[in-house]
Design a protein around this ligand. Structure first.
Ligand code: ADE
Ligand code: ZN
Length: 338
């Protein structure tokens, strides 16, 4: 049964989103608009046909469509429009801070300049901060199905812009591409003063989560579902107070879980893990951060206290300075009182 008081609490709580691939927020309507604007042909007759194609049985199924969708993004204005569209939806969900992933290799490989991508995304984020009061960080992800050499060359291309990029992440096809493959790239990124995070334990085994911690020295774990299979790992993540960026609707759409009732969010909280709720690729998975909160809260019958904890975790797990985190926590306390 939908619980209106719980839904109202979810609506009004300030939130941070820590796991959002900006390319995964490309809605079919904008995909069509950009395809027309840029004269790019796409293998779909209309928006309904695109939505109908969004049925996935695993991560790779999705990634194939996700990379194809990117082909319409060519100009600085395209990246601006994409990011602005996301921000207006985030604002409607009371999101106050976003840490956005982007996949430079998905664009530079098609001949789009690194700078074009960054400029468009950042210009929208600057406007979002001024007009929507959403602060931001930008995280550049390495595509793990590509080589270490390719990742190094991407880090080289990013060097002139490091004052505008806050961290690095690791995404794309997980199984067969363990964190160990990128140990040297991440060491270099850390040396350059960048924050580090990595997708681990979405489809990959607990060993990949250990590698992300031990070899990449990540500050957060993106997804982390399969960490729950290993008690010692759970104890370590809890002990170190590491944040997990869980993505409930993504998990369901990519068959990481069979049913929303199997979402690990409540188990994680019960085990003392700092879980957060995120949308991952909202245009493909059926909902933004508010929809993810509502879906998981209904399926797991989360208490108001648990929902508040999830919102708090989103700020304490962010890369914001502690003083800013404290300001957001005070706003959460205020909003929790109704
Ligand atoms: N790229 C975009 N979304 C992703 C996900 N959920 N896992 C891995 N790579 C991704
Ligand atoms: Zn992701």
């Amino acid at each position: 049964m939908p619980n209106p008081a719980r839904a109202a609490l979810i609506d009004r709580l300030p939130k941070a989103e820590l796991h959002l691939h900006i390319e995964g927020s490309l809605e079919p309507e904008l995909l069509f608009e950009l395809a027309q604007r840029n004269g790019v042909s796409i293998p779909f007759a209309n928006v309904e046909a695109v939505r109908a194609a969004y049925s996935f049985s695993n991560l790779q199924d999705f990634l194939d469509i996700y990379y194809q969708g990117m082909s319409v993004l060519l100009t600085e204005q395209d990246f601006y429009d994409l990011t602005w569209a996301y921000l207006t939806r985030a604002a409607a969900d009371t999101v106050r801070h976003v840490e956005i992933f982007f996949d430079p290799q998905g664009h530079t490989a098609r001949g789009v300049a690194f700078e074009t991508v960054l400029d468009g995304i950042e210009r929208a984020l600057i406007d979002g901060e001024a007009q929507l009061r959403i602060s931001y960080r930008i995280i550049m992800c390495f595509l793990r199905h590509l080589s270490e050499e390719d990742a190094f060359s991407t880090l080289d291309q990013a060097q002139p812009y490091l004052d505008r990029i806050h961290g690095v992440g690791l995404d794309s096809s997980e199984v067969g591409h363990p964190p160990a493959k990128f140990v040297r790239v991440f060491a270099k990124a850390r040396e350059l003063g960048l924050h580090v995070t990595a997708h681990a334990g979405e489809e990959g085994p607990p060993e990949y989560v250990y590698e992300a911690l031990d070899l990449l020295q990540v500050e957060r774990i993106d997804h982390g579902n399969r960490a729950l299979e290993d008690h010692a790992l759970v104890a370590r993540i809890a002990g170190e107070g590491l944040t997990l960026t869980v993505c409930p609707l993504s998990n369901l759409k990519l068959c990481v879980i069979k049913d929303m009732a199997d979402s690990p969010v409540k188990r994680m909280l019960d085990l003392g893990l700092k879980a957060t709720i995120n949308s991952d690729d909202p245009a493909y998975f059926g909902g933004y951060v508010g929809a993810n909160f509502r879906a998981v809260a209904e399926a797991l019958d989360l208490s108001e206290a648990e929902i508040i904890t999830l919102a708090e975790n989103s700020f304490t797990g962010s890369f914001l300075p502690v003083l800013d985190q404290a300001r957001h926590l005070a706003e959460i306390a205020e909003a929790s009182r109704g």
